[in-house]
Design a protein around this ligand. Structure first.
Ligand SMILES: [Zn+2]
Length: 308
């Protein structure tokens, strides 16, 4: 199982949960530094970061002034942010308090990224930061071969990947995200696994599981637009909704019973979008909820606590 085939990991974790193999406390969450870390010297610090010490599986915000990028005309397009071999689009911050034109991007650090020093660049500017260990729990389990397959329907993986990679221009949310269910969290984000004695290097639980009863409500975690609403099609994920919040941020809800929104709908934060079920490869009713930031699965608990 590779990092590229993450959908399979949802089900694996669920299976383990349903087999009673997962019992987790609350996640280890570190408060996000709200203030931008900025130093004194010139171009080296023209890139401002919400933190220079970022945990695996969490998100940091990057800001840079148009002036620092040498962009003088309104029509000038900023270069992309480059980080860990991936490019990120910069978006204009409307009415920035400084009165200057400021660009911003949200960047997720993969759970599987090794701790250590890293560099983020924007055009000719660069800035150092540290990836720090998040200490996600490791789960040991034994799975018989018959329980260890993750077949998907034709087109299922492609549809999921397309949803996760959606980057639209308009930012549709403000402030904190909210829990999509009132049920208790039964499985945390970022859990690693040792299966049949072997550590799966690239595996991690890409979201949070909420152990709600069948038919209990699922609500949108933030305002957005429905970009995926599939019933009766996906073998692995089951009935699935994806909501685009804009600027590379997407939330995904899987194993649903009923879906009560349709493709293209605009939804508000807290609006009911359907109900908890056990469709797809699920041995018990629950919601698997995940947040993707430019295709990288990010810890939802950070988004409940910090306003990006
Ligand atoms: Zn899950």
């Amino acid at each position: 199982m590779s990092y590229k085939s993450l959908p399979a990991t949802f089900a694996a974790l669920l299976l383990a949960q349903c087999l009673g193999l997962v019992h987790l406390g609350s996640d280890n969450i570190c408060p996000v530094q709200a203030a931008f870390a900025a130093d004194s010297a010139g171009d080296a610090n023209a890139i401002r970061l919400s933190t220079t010490r970022i945990k695996q599986g969490e998100v940091f915000q990057l800001a840079v002034d148009a002036d620092a990028l040498g962009l003088t005309n309104d029509s000038d397009v900023p270069p992309p942010v480059e980080f860990l071999g991936q490019s990120y689009k910069l978006f204009v911050v409307p009415d920035h308090a400084s009165g200057k034109k400021v660009f911003q991007a949200l960047i997720g650090v993969p759970v599987v990224e090794k701790a250590g020093a890293r560099t983020v660049t924007v055009g000719s500017l660069s800035r150092q930061l540290s990836v720090i260990p998040a200490g996600y729990p490791v789960q040991r389990l034994t799975l018989p071969p018959s329980k260890n397959n993750f077949n998907m329907a034709f087109g299922e993986e492609e549809a999921m990947n397309k949803a996760k990679g959606t980057v639209s221009e308009e930012r549709l949310w403000q402030g904190n995200f909210s829990h999509p269910s009132k049920a208790r969290q039964s499985s945390g984000f970022g859990i690693r696994r040792i299966v049949n004695g072997k550590l799966l290097d690239d595996y991690f639980h890409s979201g949070l599981d909420y152990a709600g009863f069948t038919g209990s409500p699922i609500t949108a975690c933030a305002p957005g637009k429905v970009i995926l609403a599939k019933t009766g099609v996906f073998k692995l994920h089951g009935n699935t909704v994806a909501i685009d919040h804009g600027q590379g941020v997407v939330s995904i809800y899987i194993h649903m019973q009923k879906i009560e929104v349709k493709l293209g709908d605009r939804v508000s934060q807290g609006q009911k979008i359907g109900t908890i079920g056990q469709t797809g490869r699920a041995n018990g009713p629950h919601l698997h909820f995940s947040i993707y930031c430019n295709k990288t699965a990010c810890n939802p608990n950070q988004w409940y606590k910090a306003a990006f």
